[in-house]
Design a protein around this ligand. Structure first.
Ligand code: AP5
Ligand code: MG
Ligand code: ZN
Length: 212
């Protein structure tokens, strides 16, 4: 199964990608997570992405497309993958088509997870993330332990810099201007599926599974 997950910041792409990856047995590829991991290790990639991410802007396409190309060429992607946070503009979507053509495969579906802006802002404001394993929590919907340590790995739980109000506003603007056209792009290819992301996370998962 080769899937792309689309949708506004904070709608639950990462949450669903983790579950789908377990259910379908294919890797979860999140460009946002890859950048944050690179930054935690202070690599050149991470440091060059930092200012874009912290301010809510897109990391330049040449950096991001090369990163995804390398990742998709990895043998663990031969049986499928779930892309989360890529493609994020039409140039990335076109580049992905070319990469897949060279690999001799194609996408099975692009799943658009939708929710109103009040809901996504609330989800982003309450999100907390583990520095060690990337596990995601929410102060109301999935609260992390009070000691601030991740139950899965013991890592420190923190709030993403780009989850603060000003960066969130910019991310929503960038999403409208650059990423929404990607939804139409996949509609044009005839592989777009739409799910209601306002439901409980388990219901969203089942809705996706029943569609694919
Ligand atoms: P990225 O990390 O991809 O961020 P994003 O797209 O803004 O999406 P989020 O991770 O914020 O939200 P999500 O949909 O994954 O929601 P989640 O599951 O966590 O990108 C960050 C930055 O990296 C970008 O701004 C850019 O700078 C750079 N970047 C990344 N990819 C790039 C690319 N391709 N090109 C250029 N730059 C790129 O859920 C949110 C919260 O809600 C959590 O707390 C969760 O527990 C909770 N939640 C989830 N589902 C539910 C539910 N159904 N009910 C209740 N709560 C829920
Ligand atoms: Mg995410
Ligand atoms: Zn952890």
């Amino acid at each position: 199964m080769r899937l792309v997950l689309l949708g506004p910041p904070g709608v639950g792409k990462g949450t669903q990608a983790v579950r789908l990856s377990k259910r379908l047995g294919v890797p979860h590829i999140s460009t946002g997570d890859m950048f944050r991991e690179a930054l935690a290790k202070k690599t050149a990639l991470g440091l060059s992405a930092k200012e874009y991410i912290d301010s809510g802007k897109l990391v330049p396409d040449d950096i991001t497309i090369g990163l995804v190309r390398d990742r998709l060429e990895n043998p663990d992607c031969a049986g499928g993958f779930i892309l989360d946070g890529f493609p994020r503009d039409v140039a990335q979507a076109e580049a992905l088509e070319k990469i897949l053509e060279i690999l001799g495969v194609s996408l099975d579906a692009a799943i658009y997870i939708g929710a109103g802006s009040r809901i996504v802002v609330k989800r982003i404001a309450g999100r907390r993330v583990c520095e060690g394993c990337g596990a995601t929590y929410h102060i109301s919907f999935n609260p992390p332990p009070e000691d601030g340590k991740c139950p899965k790995c013991g890592g420190r739980i923190y709030q993403r810099v780009d989850d603060r109000q000003e960066a969130v506003r910019e991310r929503l603007k960038v999403y409208k201007a650059l990423t929404e056209p990607v939804v139409d792009y996949y509609k044009g290819l005839g592989i777009l599926k739409v799910v209601n992301g306002e439901e409980d996370a388990n219901e969203v998962l089942e809705a996706i599974i029943s569609m694919i």
